[in-house]
Design a protein around this ligand. Structure first.
Ligand SMILES: [Ca+2]
Ligand SMILES: [Ca+2]
Length: 269
């Protein structure tokens, strides 16, 4: 009887030992596996903002994974910023995710990578984008007479903005008893001509090219296109071109040249 009891006890110990071994194998089978993530190109890039995109392609062994982005202005890192807590996302299944960056500097390269934290941490490849350069915005005032003394006397005066919605936008042109009055600026482009170097530079642009509609001798429906440059002071190196056309395309007047008198002045807004 005692012998049987001893055998039974040994059998129980053996079964327990095998159980422990199997349990050990079971732990090994569920060893943690880190998630996998891909960095995608940025979208909605503006002068001061962008959207970063990523894709969680595997959760690994975790039931949920926290995704975010590391970003900065140095290629290859170190990435000095992490998308803030509000844009952190806890994902319980694979899929895409994104985060919006704001307050960025215009015309600057940014580098970023997606990050996923589950049972371990993984990173996507680095991607980059460059924020847009803002359009030049200036205000223009002045006027004068275009051409030399052989040309018919023309005078013009204006206050204009490099934005059709930024008012006022006024232009008056007088020649030979005729006059043109700008009713609305319909398009405008301001730029910085590298060959024009006003000293000192007072504005981010030295050239304004505009299109508009207005009245010729009090009658509406006429078009104007013009270019004015500011080469500093006095205004004799400032250049101007004005063309006024009827609705059928006929040229009413066109004049161009350096200023005989007056001054055209670009200002920062
Ligand atoms: Ca210039
Ligand atoms: Ca000038």
């Amino acid at each position: 009887m005692k012998r049987l009891t001893l055998i039974s006890t040994m059998a129980i110990i053996l079964v327990l030992a095998i159980g422990v071994v199997y349990a050990g194998i079971g732990v090994q089978a569920t060893e943690p596996i880190a998630p996998s993530v891909i960095t995608y190109p940025a979208t909605s890039v503006t002068t001061d903002s962008a959207r970063l995109n990523g894709d969680l392609i595997s959760l690994g062994t975790a039931s949920s994974v926290i995704v975010s982005f590391e970003w900065g202005t140095t290629a290859g890192g170190p990435y000095t910023n992490v998308t803030d807590n509000e844009t952190w996302e806890q994902m319980t299944s694979t899929g895409s995710f994104s985060a919006n960056l704001t307050g960025l500097t215009a015309g600057t390269a940014y580098y970023y990578r997606a990050k996923a934290v589950g049972h371990g941490t993984c990173y996507g490849q680095e991607m980059s984008f460059i924020t847009c350069i803002p359009p030049v915005t200036c205000r223009w005032t002045g006027g004068g007479t275009i051409g030399d003394k052989r040309d018919p006397r023309e005078t013009h005066g204006f206050e204009l903005h490099c934005n059709v919605d930024q008012l006022p936008n006024n232009l008056e042109v007088n020649w030979g008893g005729n006059h043109f009055h700008l009713d609305a600026l319909t398009r405008v482009v301001c730029s910085d001509d590298p060959t024009i170097n006003p000293r000192p530079p007072r504005a981010g642009c030295d050239t304004i090219h505009g299109w508009g509609v207005g009245q010729y001798n009090g009658v509406s429906g006429y078009k104007v296109e013009f270019i004015f440059t500011d080469a500093g002071e006095p205004g004799r190196n400032d250049w101007a071109w004005i063309k006024i056309t009827a609705s059928n395309g006929d040229t009413i007047m066109e004049v161009s040249g350096f200023l005989r008198s007056g001054n055209q002045q670009a200002h920062n807004c």
